[in-house]
Ligand binder design. Structure first.
Ligand code: ARG
Length: 462
């Protein structure tokens, strides 16, 4: 048997079974961490020099080697080797080829355990900011489209049944509220991703005089993580990231479902642009909403990825266990999925046509004014439950006689309750239904205008 050539192969006689190598390698996915690994190694190198563990000349050799590797990674010439397990050992081995024995000093006082935790945290920080940016773009588009449609009325729904009329701006601004909270969740998580694991070593710190504050500051963290065991064992930052992604993806699926429904012939409330639709290979007349359908479906991945990592962590004893290598694919997948969903939703919303006439026709359904009629009686002092019952009867009667309740005369109205003071058409209308709801969070023009101002201001501050 050939001697084990791995960087950790000192105590090994035999080399690793190829099957085991294939089973345990992570290089196919953790190459995503390459940039962060180099950043971490640069910080570690400088710190080793400032505490006197490597000379200035050695430091420069190490940094030059890392620069060279960075270039190779950028122009796609880096020779990845699946036999070297992961990105950390690939980079270390390459450094050895480039600068020789001095490369062995890079791993001084460092373990792959604190190294991978550092790389992963740096990845989470950067990706968190990218997602915040995409969330902002989507909110901006929704706000912009709301602004255009402040006077577009449509039915608001409960139980997927027409309920009460609302402004389209009010409807879309509801989604903006949700996306704002999603942004806040990512922002809040950022605070917990602020502590550097680097210098924790394998699990217990180092006998060497490492300066954790220096590497922490250089990498942009607020401070070193205070417990070396926690540094290498914990993945709750990743877990929370997955939870935030899952929540946001589920929110996007709801917005997406509305686009699917609204673009159907049954609704015809919106038409997706050609650029954001697809045709059928068989039915020439079809224009399909594949983009929102996929957004609706992809939320499933994000939920699954969260459950995957929760399951990996459940019952896992301190500190590092190889199980933790399974933290990366779910996180990378959720991040890519969510960024993609945010981007296509933004494009779909920006480019869709609102069929305002169809929305208005649906909003003019007089039955949507039934609550308003009940509230007219409330204003006359009738208890709401009684008013509800009265209007229920009035609605039933109109349905039976195929009558529009807004055409009822005063005397017809009074058959249902003596407190009515005017014919229905003077009491209720679509316009009144929208404009009387002028409290905080209501659908009146003035309330929606205020909401638009708040949303825009908030976005600027974010
Ligand atoms: N590829 C490993 C991971 O992603 C790196 C850490 C390996 N550490 C170890 N002690 N085997 O978790």
């Amino acid at each position: 048997m050939t001697k084990n050539q791995k960087p950790w192969g000192g105590r090994f006689e035999a080399s690793t079974e190829p099957l085991v190598e294939r089973f345990s390698t992570s290089i196919e996915f953790d190459r995503e961490l390459a940039r962060f690994d180099i950043r971490g190694s640069r910080a570690h190198t400088r710190m080793l020099c400032s505490v006197g563990l490597v000379s200035q000349d050695e430091r420069d050799q190490l940094l030059n080697g890392l620069d060279q590797i960075e270039k190779e990674l950028q122009d796609g010439t880096f020779p990845f080797d699946a036999g070297l397990e992961d990105i950390h050992m690939n980079i270390e081995a390459r450094l050895g080829k480039l600068i020789g024995a001095v490369s062995g000093k890079l791993h001084t006082g460092r373990s792959r355990n604190d190294q991978v935790a550092t790389d992963f945290t740096l990845y989470l920080r950067e990706t968190n900011l990218l997602i915040q940016e995409k969330l902002r773009d989507l909110q901006e588009t929704l706000i912009q489209r709301s602004q255009e449609h402040i006077d577009t009325a449509l039915p608001g729904y409960t139980h997927m049944q027409r309920a009460q009329p609302v402004r389209l701006a009010h409807h879309w601004l509801a989604h903006v509220e949700v996306l704002h909270r999603d942004t806040q969740r990512f922002k809040d998580l950022f605070k917990r991703l602020a502590f550097s694991p680097l210098g924790a070593g394998a699990l217990a710190g180092s006998t060497l005089p490492l300066n954790r504050e220096e590497t922490s500051a250089e990498l942009g963290f607020d401070a070193p993580n205070v417990n070396s065991m926690d540094s290498v064992a914990s993945r709750d930052g990743a877990l929370e990231f997955l939870a935030d992604c899952a929540i946001c993806a589920v929110h996007l699926s709801r917005l997406a479902e509305e686009l699917v429904l609204w673009s159907s012939s049954e609704f015809e409330f919106v038409e997706l642009s050609d650029a954001y639709s697809t045709g059928s290979s068989l039915m020439p007349q079809k224009k399909n909403p594949d983009v929102p359908e996929l957004v609706r479906a992809k939320s499933g991945r994000c939920i699954g990825n969260l459950v995957t990592l929760l399951t990996v962590l459940k019952g896992l004893p301190l500190t590092y266990n190889r199980d933790l290598q399974e933290d990366k694919e779910p996180v990378f997948d959720s991040a890519d999925t969510l960024v993609g969903c945010l981007e296509v939703m933004e494009g779909a919303l920006k480019s869709l046509t609102v069929q305002t006439g169809n929305m208005l026709k649906a909003a003019e359904d007089p039955m949507l004014l039934a609550t308003d009629l009940a509230e007219i009686l409330v204003r006359e002092g009738v208890p709401f439950r009684e008013a509800h019952e009265v209007i229920g009867k009035l609605v039933a009667d109109c349905l039976k006689r195929d009558l529009d309740p807004t055409t009822l005369s005063l005397s017809e109205m009074r058959k249902f309750h003596p407190s009515f003071a005017a014919p229905a058409k003077d009491l209720i209308s679509l316009e009144k239904a929208l404009e009387l709801r002028d409290g905080i969070g209501g659908t009146a023009r003035s309330s929606v205008e205020k909401a638009l101002i708040t949303a825009k201001k908030r976005l600027k501050e974010d």
